[in-house]
Design a protein around this ligand. Structure first.
Ligand SMILES: [Zn+2]
Ligand SMILES: [Zn+2]
Length: 71
């Protein structure tokens, strides 16, 4: 009763928590299924970065140019 997190979708696979083992991204605090992160339950790292943050670290999101003649 009252387990709201059961159906909560935080993982990028768009599937709910559903009681499966998950890991929290150390960067954006998103919960990802261990299976989606390709992590073994027996080998959970202390620090984990989700796919988004891993990609973001490699290539930062493009910054829109400011102060251009767009006004
Ligand atoms: Zn998932
Ligand atoms: Zn993240």
């Amino acid at each position: 009763m009252g387990d709201d997190s059961w159906d909560l979708i935080t993982c990028y696979c768009q599937k709910p928590f559903a009681g499966r083992p998950m890991i929290e991204c150390s960067c954006c605090a998103t919960w990802i299924h261990l299976s989606c992160a390709k992590i073994k339950k027996t080998n959970v790292p202390d620090i984990f970065f989700c796919q988004k943050c891993k990609e973001g670290a490699r290539k930062p999101p493009p910054q829109p140019p400011r102060g251009s003649a767009e006004a």
